[in-house]
Structure formats: C-alpha cells, structure tokens
Design a binder for this molecule. Structure first.
Ligand code: GUN
Length: 291
C-alpha cells in the first residue's frame, strides 16, 4: 500500500510555481495576482481563503482579499465582481462558496470573466473541460488528476466510481476520468444520494473517489482489494484523543480501508493541500496561457 502524499506533492508544485514566478520577475514582467472575495463570517470559508492568500505569498504572487458583510446584495456583489473583471492588474478571481442564501451563486459565477475564473466554475470553462479543450480545471479535481499523474497510477480501462455529484468535485471528476487522455480513459460510474446499490458499485471500483462529506462513510467491506482510494472528505468530529477535542476525518474509514488498497490518500494531507496548489497553478495559467 502506498500513501499518496498530497502535502509533499503540493509543496513540490508550489516550489515549481515559485520558480516560474521568479522567471517572470527576472524578465521584468508583473507577478501573478489573485483576488479572493469572501462574504460573511463562515468559519470554514475564512480558513480556506486564509490558506489560499498565504499560499500566494509563499510562491511570490500578489493577492487581494476583499471581504464583504453578509448583508451585501446580489447586485452589489455583481458590481464588485465586475470591478475586478475590469482591473487589468488582477489575473484571477475566486468568490469563496457558499454564499449567503439571498445571493444566487450561479449568477455570481457567471459574472466572473471566464479568462479570470481560476476556480474553473464558469459554465464556459466547464464546457471546455468536458470537450477536453485547454481551460481552468476546478482545483480539487485538478489536484486529484495531478496526484494520479505524479504517482503514475494506471487509469486506462479501469472502473472509476465517484461518490457524490457536487458541481465542485464529483461531477467534474467524473468528466475528467472519462476523457480520452491520461489520467482518464476510465469507465466511470457517478453515484449519488439516489443510487440504490452503492456498496455493490464501490466493490467493483479500481479507482474509488469519495466526495460526499460524511465522516468514515466508506468502510472496508465496500472496497475491492488493490483499489486506489481517493478521499476528498474533510469533517471535524469530536475526539477525546486530541488536545483540542476535535479530529479531522475523511469520508473513508482510513484505518480499516488502507490495508486493502494499493494507493490511498490520507486526511488530512491528501487531496486538501493539492487544491491550493492547483488554484495557484490556474492563476499562473491565467498569466501565461495553457502551455
Ligand atoms: N468552497 C468549497 N470549495 C471551494 C473552492 O474550491 N472554491 C471556491 N470559490 N469556493 C469553495
């Protein structure tokens, strides 16, 4: 069994990006600049956006964090996004989700200029991804693809089962693993809350990608021997074994599933750090193009 070390891989990628930034700077070009919009006081969102801004600093990007009160209207937020669209100094923009319920997330996503949409959430970019055209890939699926690539995991002809159909992870993941490329060329099954035979399907997975947000949902009896298991979940659960009283758990019961696997991602330190690395990579693409 090999652990897919997302933490180390993310650091490797960040180092590669930092070197590319240095080349841009040496050529007298401007540093990539990422803007992040955060609305309200969602604790998890604060943590994620804080980590993204810090990562920008680490690789030498400029960053701008724009915070707005929960009471901001949809029209006001659209106007703020348009300001950034028109700011030639800013290369990439992310609007951290979820947004307050009075704001339509798709309206905001569609307002972001596709060429600055480094989250890869704009319908135009999702369409390009589905057609295998060069574009920004959503960061978490892109991180999983990159991990599979860097660990040379064979995907051609394999059965990939994706658990969860979110717009951010499950749905794009199913598209990427089915594409005619590497990683890809899998036979893909996308499962969700209405799937009736989840356990049977999971048991046939050569590659099992789990993104449903329920701690330790996948147990050893749901996993085939020799599978590659990618765990996207991250839930905070009570624990009397830690000082803080909390522990981070994935969607996979790691202790019982890991011994059956050829490859597995840990939580934390698996997919999570890769998401940030790929967001930075997308921001670099916004500056340099997709070569
Ligand atoms: N909320 C959860 N994941 C993400 C992400 O990757 N990007 C944005 N903008 N919001 C999120």
């Amino acid at each position: 069994m090999q652990i897919l070390d997302g933490k180390q891989t993310s650091l490797d990628i960040q180092q590669e990006i930092a070197q590319e930034v240095q080349v841009l700077v040496d050529e007298g070009k401007k540093k990539p600049h990422l803007a992040a919009i955060l609305v309200g006081n969602n604790g998890a969102s604060e943590t994620y956006v804080g980590a993204k801004v810090k990562a920008c600093e680490r690789v030498g990007f400029d960053s701008t964090l724009l915070r707005f009160d929960e009471s901001i209207t949809e029209d006001e937020l659209v106007a703020e996004v348009n300001k950034i669209n028109n700011d030639t100094n800013i290369d990439g923009l992310i609007v951290q989700l979820p947004l307050p319920s009075h704001i339509n997330e798709m309206t905001i996503t569609e307002t972001i200029l596709p060429s600055k949409d480094v989250d890869g959430f704009h319908p135009q970019n999702i369409g390009k991804m589905a057609l295998n055209l060069p574009t920004f890939l959503p960061a978490t699926p892109a991180g999983i693809v990159e991990l599979i690539k860097r660990y040379n995991i064979d995907t051609e002809g394999k059965h990939c089962v994706v658990v969860g159909r979110s717009h951010i992870v499950g749905s794009p993941m199913s598209i990427l693993m089915a594409r005619n490329s590497y990683p890809g060329n899998c036979t893909v099954t996308l499962t969700h809350s209405r799937t009736t035979n989840l356990k049977e399907l999971c048991l046939t997975a050569d590659i099992l990608i789990v993104a449903l947000g329920r701690a330790e949902f996948i147990t050893a009896d749901m996993v085939k021997d020799g599978a590659c298991v990618i765990d996207v979940g991250i839930s905070r659960v009570k624990s009397d074994k830690t000082k803080s009283g909390w522990k981070l758990k994935g969607d996979v019961n790691y202790d019982e599933v890991a011994p059956k696997c050829d490859f597995i991602t840990p939580v934390p330190g698996g997919v999570g750090p890769m998401t940030i690395a790929m967001l930075l990579k997308n921001t670099l693409y916004a500056v340099k193009g997709f070569n």
